[in-house]
Write a protein that binds this ligand. Structure first.
Ligand SMILES: Nc1ncnc2c1ncn2[C@@H]1O[C@H](COP(=O)(O)OP(=O)(O)OP(=O)(O)O)[C@@H](O)[C@H]1O
Length: 765
């Protein structure tokens, strides 16, 4: 015991020493920032004193320019130094709160003495470049997460290095004091994990730096795969791992990679809000974040793209047709169809000007131009060349247009002010009235033709909707639809539906990607070559088509896709073929698949219960954190059910647990929220993804609860009537697996057969 205490004292002394150095560094940085700011102000205020303002001759004005240039350079150097110091100060301030969380001792093979390093959220070195703290992302830090004591390897820039790890120690530090510390032989001791996991949920996700698990570390530090596919159970840390991975990559490739080269697709806006603090807390900036819906709909401003809400609430479309349209096969058909357009089949629109009956540019004429270029032209060149030709033609139309009556009439109707606006200068002089009229006429015509030239420049002479429908009509000729169990009639009927939808400016989610892809191929819209890493969370809710389209959009990016096929609430059983379909898009040698089976979110009681809902849930392993068994509340009518809900909320509030009442759809969420209000219970209805998560009780429809977690969850109305289809299994699993400590399930009448689980794993209330 005495030994342990003295060991702890020794560690405290070391911590005090490090903290002193950190404080010194902080002072030093603050003063250098201050003086850099002062200098910059100085340079700015003397800027023009030093610059010789002399524009007389060429040589002197050259001198002026040079001297401005020098001053600017000086400023930007100062600014650079200032930014560097500011960044360092930022790290220091983060380290001050909690300098490090671990220590490892290790021996390199040819050394006798063990080396000791401390690992924290950033690096810190003293004056002699002697590292007192290593960033958790430094190569050597990897051994802390990866190995047991003894021989362990890590990847360094010079290749793989093997060392003998002799000690692994973890610290809990608060306000400069070591609260506890323990030595461990495990990858990351369960004790530390348990402590971290026992914290309460909050409206913001936290980083898991101190307790990254070995298999998560593999995901975080993978740099070789073009496609890293992670299949992980609910709560296995997929989202946490992605965010850590982004922080890791930004560190590993610093100088070459910035947060704007990284894009993350997430299930909804609510989720974006939930994770937004994780990277900044680690000292990194957030990546570009988007939902797939935002990604596609921002490109179709004139159309209403089927929303998440609609997609979920009206899932009544033909499943065979959906499966087909969501497939990579369908993607390949678009590619093939576009190739064929190089020879024939493009459809254009007339462009009108003033006269709504007679086209200014006739669609047949445009088509003639389009196909007049030789065969070597690619689609994109064809459209560019057509556009150029049309603009040339438009320019030739200006002079004859100026002579038309409407122009003269317009000039006559102009006020003095309007006229003045058209002149180049207020006192502009003309040789004759005729010349003046010509001048003004030209100005008026060019202005009036602006919408026409805009249409041309924005490719609006392509009849994209008709083109897409023509593609759909060509589909039966290109592929055998009967293989997808789709009859010719059904397909024709479906095309009519899409057409009707277009008329209303609506587009289905499973048309939008194909539509944009076809547009991209026709116009050669530049894809995004800059994006280096693309992350897709909750992959099971994407269709293979969408993933193929994302890959097309980010051709240089390495992809990390994470998901749980057991939580496919939009694509349901189609998600099973997902991995097979997307793996075809990447080089198999550069594809890594990682499985995460341990679930950290929920107590053992909850995980043991929820995994039975799945057909293949046996692989999921619960983390050994204990809590009450889930409770089932069977009630015979709505009134009693609400009373049960109130009782549960009271119980949870007493133990200060935040509860989410999760309903199947929005209508019932609204209803429950209203009934709670009538009972005087405080609850916030989350009806759209644009809302904020707030502390306190929430009422959330299932599809908005994706990826989130709550201390306590009440699943509302899990009756047979509400959940009876086998393909709703994933939905029931997603809802119940949001709970960390307590899960209550209320049903009215008969219980859903999807909840037929071992009666020992729950209690009835
Ligand atoms: N190594 C870890 N150390 C501490 N906490 C962890 C660790 N891994 C995961 N967790 C915690 O487990 C919970 C679930 O993690 P996360 O949300 O990343 O899982 P997920 O796999 O994305 O879940 P889902 O698929 O259900 O959305 C979070 O509270 C997270 O902080």
């Amino acid at each position: 015991m005495t030994k342990e205490i003295s060991e702890k004292q020794r560690e405290q002394q070391h911590l005090d020493h490090v903290l002193d150095l950190i404080n010194d560094k902080e002072k030093e940085l603050k003063s250098s920032i201050k003086s850099a700011e002062g200098e910059a102000r100085d340079i700015n205020s003397h800027f023009f004193d030093d610059v010789k303002l002399d524009y007389d001759g060429y040589s002197t004005s050259m001198e002026t320019a040079l001297s401005i240039h020098q001053q600017q350079q000086l400023l930007s150097e100062r600014e650079h130094a200032w930014q560097h110091s500011a960044k360092q100060l930022d790290t220091i301030e983060r380290l001050k709160k909690k300098p490090y969380f671990a220590r490892v001792d290790f021996k390199e093979s040819n050394e006798k003495k063990a080396e000791t390093i401390y690992i924290g959220l950033g690096s810190f070195a003293d004056r002699d470049d002697h590292f007192l703290i290593y960033d958790w992302r430094a190569p050597i830090s990897s051994i802390y997460y990866d190995g047991k004591l003894g021989e362990v390897s890590y990847n360094s820039p010079e290749g793989e290095i093997t060392v003998d790890m002799t000690k692994k120690r973890q610290f809990m530090i608060k306000d400069g004091k070591i609260e506890s510390m323990f030595d461990t032989n495990e990858s990351i001791g369960d004790q530390m994990l348990l402590e971290v996991l026992s914290e309460k949920s909050s409206t913001q996700m936290k980083s898991i730096v101190t307790t990254i698990q070995q298999e998560q570390n593999k995901i975080i530090r993978n740099t070789s795969a073009d496609l890293l596919f992670v299949q992980g159970a609910a709560g296995s840390g997929k989202t946490s791992a992605i965010l850590q991975r982004i922080a890791y990559l930004l560190y590993r490739y610093r100088g070459n990679l910035t947060s704007s080269d990284v894009i993350m697709f997430s299930p909804n806006q609510l989720f974006n809000d939930y994770i937004k603090n994780v990277l900044p807390e680690m000292g990194e900036q957030n990546m570009v974040q988007m939902t797939y819906w935002q990604f596609v709909s921002r490109r179709l401003p004139g159309m209403e793209v089927e929303s998440l809400f609609k997609q979920f609430e009206d899932q009544n479309s033909d499943t065979n047709i959906s499966a087909f349209k969501d497939s990579v096969n369908f993607f390949n058909l678009v590619t093939r169809y576009a190739k064929h357009l190089n020879k024939r089949g493009m459809i254009f629109k007339n462009i009108y000007f003033r006269d709504k009956k007679k086209p200014y540019f006739d669609k047949e004429k445009i088509k003639e131009i389009y196909y007049s270029f030789n065969e070597n032209y690619k689609l994109a060149n064809r459209i560019d060349a057509t556009r150029e030709e049309l603009i040339k033609m438009l320019n030739r139309k200006i002079a004859p247009e100026v002579k038309k009556n409407w122009v003269m009439q317009t000039i006559e109707g102009l006020s003095r002010d309007e006229l003045n606006e058209l002149y180049d200068r207020p006192d502009q002089e003309f040789n004759s009235e005729k010349e003046e009229e010509k001048f003004l006429g030209r100005k008026i015509v060019v202005k009036a033709l602006k919408p026409v030239s805009n249409k041309i420049n924005h490719n609006q002479f392509i009849n994209m909707r008709a083109q897409y429908l023509s593609f759909l009509r060509a589909v039966p000729k290109m592929t055998d639809l009967s293989k997808w169990n789709i009859s010719e009639e059904d397909w024709q009927k479906h095309i009519e539906e899409v057409k009707e939808n277009f008329k209303k400016h609506h587009i289905y989610m499973n048309d939008v990607s194909a539509y944009l892809y076809l547009y991209d191929l026709i116009t050669g819209r530049r894809t995004d070559y800059e994006m280096r890493y693309a992350f897709i969370d909750e992959i099971q809710d994407y269709t293979p088509f969408q993933l193929a389209y994302l890959k097309y959009n980010f051709p240089r990016a390495k992809f990390t896709m994470l998901g749980d096929l057991n939580q496919a609430i939009f694509t349901k059983d189609e998600s099973r073929s997902l991995l097979k379909q997307i793996s075809g898009l990447f080089d198999p040698k550069k594809t890594d698949v990682v499985q995460l089976t341990k679930s950290y979110r929920s107590t053992k009681e909850i995980t043991d219960f929820t995994k039975q809902i799945l057909r293949q849930g046996e692989k999921i392993e619960a983390f050994n954190r204990r809590g009450p068994k889930p409770a089932l509340w069977g009630r015979s009518n709505e009134q009693e059910a609400i009373e049960a809900l109130v009782k549960i909320l009271d119980k949870n509030n007493k133990s200060q647990r935040t509860t989410a009442v999760i309903t199947k759809d929005l209508a019932s969420a609204k209803q429950v929220a209203e009934q709670l209000k009538q009972k005087g219970e405080k609850a916030t209805l989350i009806a759209t993804a644009n809302q904020r998560l707030v502390p306190g009780t929430l009422v959330v429809p299932s599809y908005l609860a994706k990826g989130l977690e709550f201390d306590a969850v009440v699943m509302w109305d899990a009756s047979k009537e509400n959940y009876h289809k086998l393909d709703e299994t994933q939905l029931v699993y997603t809802i119940t697996s949001r709970a960390m400590y307590e899960l209550d399930i209320i049903y009215i009448g008969e219980k859903s057969p999807l909840l037929d689980v071992d009666s020992d794993t729950y209690v009835e209330k």
